[in-house]
Design a binder for this molecule. Structure first.
Ligand SMILES: *Cc1c(COP(=O)(O)O)cnc(C)c1O
Length: 412
């Protein structure tokens, strides 16, 4: 259902009649990957493009990340890996790893497509071998070890047996263990003791794998937060996701600009209606907001079905999500007035507002955030207003919002 318009500059095309759009600056993605390479000069970069490239569009995001020097791509699901291949991202373009598999998954298709598969539990070895046999080739396997996240990954108790069986299967040519990896629980709290504990557990797991005679090419542990704040954890490969899209994984420590990053997505909408109302008027479902004076309301045609979080409603519960309106001297950041509805939100534009129906407002874009004095909010500002993280803001932008690609990296 998503339509993707392709334009060379963000301003070139916002045709009247289009209620909202997410402009994705592919040059920002490319430049963010370059910046991440500078942060981790001794490692290769795996750009994580799961969840439709964190909502930015998986294939365009992958292409831009490769242009920035990523040599690996990472996705969560088999469907995502195969969609990248179907979208023309080949095994020659980049190594591709998928890590969240379930029994009965398309292992043969993955092996045939040259996708590296993760063994994160004992059952997966059998499925990988069956897939390799069906595909008639050798599966490339990364062992995922649970070093303390308590989520996916082989437990330390199961690791010796998994490693022993993997070694046997390697000898008979069904698979090759090309990687060992783990994932951090609290890398977004730099210096937290659990990070050092997980790092030590990872080193131990790598030793066990190598002691069994396996010779993985790559060891990898670092997500965006560790890539930016824990150089000791870079190993051979770093796996940044959110930072590729220009958002800070550690907003309490630094804004995007502090790390040489810039947000790639701008969410804009056109005011559908602008109208004068008297003081004391209840606004939107539940009347969480009442106009404090005679004022002008503006209706923004995006709502929770488009990914605008309902928790960022404004009124009795606190200030709503921020929206930049106006141009020049009239530029200001307003707060959503009242409930976020399925398809729309309301702004109190203020007495004497000069905005008209059809004018463009910006929910978030490429800035370090209004918390840092910017006049355009960023996704982190919305995350704060909704009590969540910027990841959830960008990945949830709905299919009804067209992604418009901008920048030199747009494929013709
Ligand atoms: C999502 C994910 C990443 C990327 O995490 P960010 O915090 O977005 O950098 C890396 N590795 C794994 C296993 C993941 O699931």
């Amino acid at each position: 259902m998503r339509e993707s318009l392709t334009v060379s500059s963000p301003d070139a095309s916002f045709p009247p009649g289009v209620p909202a759009r997410a402009v994705v600056d592919l040059d920002a993605i490319r430049d963010n990957v370059r910046a991440l390479r500078d942060h981790a000069p001794s490692a290769d970069v795996m750009a994580v493009v799961k969840a439709d490239g964190y909502g930015h569009g998986m294939v365009p995001a992958a292409r831009a990340a490769l242009a920035g020097g990523a040599t690996w791509l990472g996705v969560a699901t088999a469907g995502e890996a195969l969609a990248l291949r179907a979208g023309g991202v080949t095994a020659d373009d980049a190594r591709l790893l998928v890590w969240l598999l379930v029994p009965g998954g398309p292992f043969a298709d993955l092996v045939r497509a040259g996708v590296d598969v993760t063994v994160a539990a004992p059952w997966a070895l059998d499925e990988v071998v069956a897939g390799a046999r069906a595909a008639g080739s050798t599966a490339r396997v990364h062992l995922e070890v649970d070093t303390g996240l308590g989520r996916n990954g082989v437990t330390p108790a199961d690791l010796p047996d998994v490693v022993r069986r993997a070694r046997t299967l390697e000898a008979s040519g069904e698979l090759r263990v090309v990687g060992v990896f783990s994932h951090l629980a609290r890398a977004d709290e730099p210096g937290h003791p659990s990070v050092a504990r997980q790092s030590a557990a990872f080193d131990e797991a790598v030793r066990a794998v190598e002691a069994a005679g396996l010779r993985p090419d790559v060891r990898h542990l670092a997500n965006s937060a560790a890539t930016l704040t824990a150089p000791g954890l870079h190993h051979d490969l770093v796996r940044p996701g959110i930072a590729v899209y220009g958002l800070s994984p550690v907003p309490q420590v630094g804004a995007p600009g502090d790390y040489g990053l810039r947000p790639a997505m701008t969410l804009e909408a056109r005011l559908a209606t602008v109208k004068a109302v008297p003081a004391g008027e209840g606004v939107s479902y539940g009347h969480l907001y009442t106009t404090p004076r005679d004022t002008v309301l503006g209706l923004v045609p995006v709502g929770y079905a488009d990914g605008v979080p309902r928790h960022a409603s404004g009124g009795t519960a606190g200030p709503g999500g921020p929206v930049a309106a106006g141009t020049g001297d009239a530029r200001r950041v307003l707060r959503v007035a009242g409930r976020v509805c399925m398809d729309q939100v309301v702004l109190d534009l203020g007495p004497g507002a000069t905005e008209a129906a059809g004018d463009v407002v910006t929910l978030f874009g490429a800035s370090d955030g209004v918390a840092r004095g910017a006049d355009v909010p960023n996704a982190e500002d919305w995350a704060r207003a909704a009590g969540t993280i910027s990841y959830e803001i960008v990945t949830r932008i709905g299919a009804r919002v067209p992604r418009v690609y901008a920048g030199k990296e747009v494929q013709p």
